[in-house]
Write a protein that binds this ligand. Structure first.
Ligand SMILES: Cc1ncc(COP(=O)(O)O)c(C=O)c1O
Length: 299
């Protein structure tokens, strides 16, 4: 195996919502795995990079926005493993100076800026062929890293040790493309898994997640669901309430969150607990999927 999985710490989070509801809420702190290839990225990239190495690819190309956690993690992982990386970035070249893309370039990633219209072609076979030709046949990994290799990696997030320690009735996590949820749900087919999409109108994820499960070579399971009301106004929309929530979690629980994924997931989960969605005595395991580097965009 290319990358050894880290040991993942679990934190009990007690808030007035959990205490009043008589619910135990644990957080699986994937953000503590590595300063840079942190969170779910570790798991989503490891078999993609293994595939690149095993098949003699000299480079890996992927897609993302200007503050993309995935692009940041890919650049770092590629530099550690001696694999050249190329980032196709949605937006103007002026973003090259932001902290995420500065890091990526320092780790040797080549950046290729494209406008929104071109970026929309990122799933198009013909467009991917032009990228193959332009960048000398890299392994192309989809946006967010979500493909069968990502699902394979995400199946390793919840270990028997974690289950023995927490024994959750439900596992909760934020969803972007749904790749992480697909892997987690496949790995615990007898436990309910709830995804909280951070995009508006995320119903398309129901079929995307099933397809990701099928692509990874297994029958889709039905132990998972999505709560599509937790997007907080839409992707990357940040309200003052959300910022206040992040500040409170940091001060009172020493819990750093990012504003795109983990803060939205956790604040929505606490609202669900407060309005009585979980019976007294339930145990929930929420996954902190990392993404803290992206919080630098708040500055
Ligand atoms: C910090 C963080 N959490 C959650 C997600 C969502 O993961 P997925 O796209 O696999 O649903 C992402 C995006 O990949 C992310 O960067």
């Amino acid at each position: 195996m290319l990358l050894q999985n880290p040991v993942l710490p679990v934190q009990l989070l007690e808030t007035h919502e959990t205490i009043q509801a008589g619910v135990k809420l644990y957080l699986l702190r994937l953000d503590l795995t590595d300063d840079i290839v942190s969170g779910n990225k570790w798991f989503k990239l490891k078999y993609n990079l293994q595939h690149a190495l095993d098949n003699g690819y000299s480079s890996v190309l992927s897609f993302g926005g200007a503050f993309s956690n995935h692009i940041h993690a890919l650049a770092k992982a590629g530099s550690s493993l001696g694999i050249k990386t190329i980032g196709v970035i949605r937006g103007e070249e002026e973003y090259a100076d932001n902290p995420t893309l500065k890091d990526a370039q320092a780790w040797g990633m080549e950046l290729y800026f494209v406008n929104r219209q071109e970026y929309r072609q990122r799933h198009d076979c013909e467009y991917l062929e032009t990228l193959q030709a332009r960048f000398s046949n890299p392994l192309i990994v989809p946006e967010g890293g979500s493909n069968k290799f990502a699902v394979q990696g995400a199946r390793e997030i919840i270990t028997p040790d974690i289950l023995a320690k927490v024994n959750p009735d439900q596992i909760v996590l934020a969803c972007g493309t749904g790749g992480t949820l697909a892997g987690v749900a496949l790995s615990v087919s007898d436990i309910s898994v709830l995804g909280i999409p951070v995009l508006k109108k995320a119903d398309f994820l129901f079929s995307d997640i099933e397809n990701l499960m099928t692509d990874s070579g297994v029958e889709p399971t039905d132990n998972w669901d999505l709560d599509v009301e937790g997007h907080g106004g839409g992707y990357a929309k940040v309200s003052n309430d959300l910022l206040a929530f992040m500040e409170c979690m940091l001060k009172e629980h020493q819990l750093p969150l990012d504003q795109i994924y983990t803060a939205k997931m956790l604040s929505h989960l606490l609202k669900r607990i407060e309005r009585g969605e979980y019976v007294k005595g339930s145990t929930i395991l929420a996954i902190h999927t990392g993404g803290l580097q992206g919080a630098r965009s708040l500055a």
